[in-house]
Design a protein around this ligand. Structure first.
Ligand code: GLU
Length: 477
């Protein structure tokens, strides 16, 4: 069987991480079996579908590198096919027009509530007498179209993630609406379950891979496949992504769209790596930090969990910092230059930029951390209180004076690191002070704080752009 899977997003919001993870599972599965990954835009909700959301979905998938095969299928262009299927079901007696008004249905639900019964459609439209039908038509009542669901039916499928599944017809809420309300001779807008079945079948989808929130839909869809006499695909329902409270990750949790993660400074490699881990666990011997191309060979639904996957920021951060640190430094510099450019910061030359990149790379969790980390190399620092305290220590300023004196007599161009070590040694010996005191004071004067990357490299970079002497001078004024 040729593997053909699809992602079917509705453009009613930006690309959500849950949809992106579904895309990734579909993509990994397709690639692992040399199949095809298709995209279908489910844009039949005219009011809520927006062009900018669609663009966001396309851009998000492209950024993640989850490229789909061929052109996207646009659901709203296929209404004729959907209505043909409905006509067929009507003619075959498998669907019928239900003339119940909204008020009548409301009264039905209220009465179920009064009697402590679960809400469901009571299938009243199935067996209208001739007189009732004539009466409704005379009143000019509109109708929805409902698909018959037998309560006795047991729907079974073998889920690739969940194993054997069983659903009872009586738990599906009664006969299902497949077309919205319309004048009685017309077929109203076709609805989700019907449309998905028609489209998946015409797109020759072999496997439907989607979130577990669609399980009840799958049961209904299987009944529709049977009624339409078309082949049922194989299903896989992946676990939901949960927040730290164990509830479905939602807008209330802050960032949920892929663009937000991108803006925050996460890389697409880290996102793919982390999203794969939201539900899938790599086989023994495979690290949690992997390249998504390597995951293709190892991916299978046997290792996808049935229970919800908790979103873990720490793990995402850890993966992102690993990715950034493993990037080729020229590639990283290109990204950092874009960031630095937003502040008007320019590098002296590429070699200097690369050295700075290498210096700060290990401490970057997010790309945008390079703003904080890079700042002292482009702007003179304001000394923080720890740095001020350090410079007030006995011998601190004397040591710096001596270093400055050395530099003024014989400036360091930042190239030969031995020179820096010699100056420090000389200061230690002449003033009889500890190396630690000199290093800390030097750091305070060069960076304005006591934390930071390797000191000699920092000094060297500042010396290369003639900033070391002026900073030392300012700090001992
Ligand atoms: N448009 C549906 C959604 O975004 C698609 C569900 C499906 O994959 O069938 O949830």
């Amino acid at each position: 069987m040729k593997v053909r899977v699809r992602l079917a997003p509705s453009p009613t919001g930006n690309l959500h991480i849950g949809t992106a993870r579904t895309a990734l599972f579909n993509w990994l599965f397709a690639k692992s079996l040399e199949g095809e990954f298709l995209l279908r835009v489910e844009d039949t909700d005219k009011e809520r579908s927006k062009k900018e959301y669609l663009e966001n979905i396309f851009l998000g998938l492209e950024w993640l590198g989850l490229k789909w095969d061929g052109s996207p299928f646009i659901q709203s262009e296929r209404i004729k096919e959907h209505k043909d299927a409905i006509s067929y079901l009507l003619e075959a007696g498998l669907a019928y027009r239900c003339y119940a008004t909204e008020e009548e249905l409301e009264e039905m639900r209220a009465s179920q509530k009064r009697n402590a019964k679960p809400p469901r459609y009571d299938n009243r439209g199935r067996s209208l007498s001739k007189t009732e039908l004539e009466q409704y038509l005379k009143e000019g009542r509109s109708s929805v179209i409902r698909f018959r669901i037998n309560d006795e039916e047991i729907i079974k499928w073998n889920d690739l993630i969940r194993g054997p599944m069983e659903w009872s017809g009586k738990d599906l809420g009664g006969d299902m609406v497949i077309a919205r309300r319309a004048e009685s001779s017309e077929i109203g807008d076709p609805l989700y379950n019907l449309v998905v079945v028609v489209d998946d079948s015409q797109m020759q989808i072999s496997h439907v891979i989607r979130g577990e929130d669609h399980i009840a839909n799958t049961a209904k869809q299987i009944l529709l496949y049977d009624a339409l006499g078309i082949k049922i695909p194989i299903f896989a329902h992946s676990p939901l992504i949960l927040n730290h409270e164990g509830k479905k990750l939602s807008k209330r949790d802050g960032v949920t769209s892929i663009t937000d993660f991108k803006k925050m400074g996460y890389t697409s490699e880290a996102m793919n790596n982390y999203m794969a881990l939201l539900g899938w666990s790599p086989p023994d011997g495979m690290d949690e930090r992997f390249n998504i191309k390597d995951a293709i060979k190892k991916f299978s639904f046997n290792r996808v969990s049935k229970s919800g996957a908790k979103f873990d920021w720490e793990k995402l951060n850890w993966i992102n910092s690993q990715v950034i640190n493993q990037w080729d430094k020229t590639k990283l510099l290109t990204s950092l230059l874009e960031l630095w450019d937003t502040q008007g910061w320019k590098i002296q030359n590429k070699e200097w930029g690369l050295e700075l990149t290498k210096l700060i790379a290990p401490s970057l969790v997010l790309l945008k951390d390079a703003l904080d980390q890079g700042k002292p190399f482009f702007e003179d620092p304001i000394l923080n209180s720890d740095a001020i305290k350090q410079l007030e220590m006995e011998d601190a300023k004397n040591s710096l004076k001596m270093i400055l004196n050395e530099l003024e007599n014989n400036p360091w161009d930042g190239k030969n690191r031995e020179r820096a070590n010699e100056i420090i040694k000389l200061t230690m010996e002449s003033l009889k002070v500890k190396k630690g005191l000199i290093m800390k004071s030097l750091r305070a004067s060069l960076l304005g704080e006591l934390q930071g990357p390797d000191l000699i490299t920092t000094w060297s970079l500042l010396a290369q752009i003639n900033k070391d002497q002026s900073r030392i001078r300012n700090s001992i004024k």
